[in-house]
Design a binder for this molecule. Structure first.
Ligand SMILES: [Ca+2]
Length: 121
């Protein structure tokens, strides 16, 4: 089953390039289709998408010269978050599998990666 509700992914922005460990500011949340709108000044250089149970992703904003300064909207493209990081340590490994196996048959929202809320028995 493929996840079809993309609501609730938090969007963070930082003034530093994505290669740095700058502390980002939360600037928005995705809607059911995964879309979001934020208003940022040209000082911001990096967007990060974060959702519990998924690997977060960062995307550098294009050079401000490439973004339209006259338009009110700029399309940033699509970011796909990989599911499976249920421990929240930034990687998917045996520890995530062990945690999911330990909760097999339960209805934990973070461990139910496809949001089916189906009870597996
Ligand atoms: Ca993990």
């Amino acid at each position: 089953m493929i996840r079809d509700n993309h609501q609730g992914t938090k969007i963070f922005a930082s003034r530093e390039d994505c290669t740095t460990n700058a502390t980002p500011e939360e600037v928005g949340t995705t809607d059911q289709e995964g879309n979001f709108d934020v208003t940022l000044s040209v000082e911001y250089h990096c967007l990060q998408a974060v959702h519990a149970g998924y690997l977060s992703e960062k995307q550098n904003l294009r050079n401000s010269d490439e973004l339209s300064t006259s338009a009110t909207t700029n399309e940033l493209g699509t970011i796909t978050l990989l599911s499976g990081d249920v421990t929240g340590d930034g990687q998917i490994d045996i520890f995530d599998m062990a945690k999911m196996a330990g909760h097999y048959g339960e209805s934990d929202q973070i461990l139910d990666l496809n949001i089916s809320m189906a009870m597996v028995r």
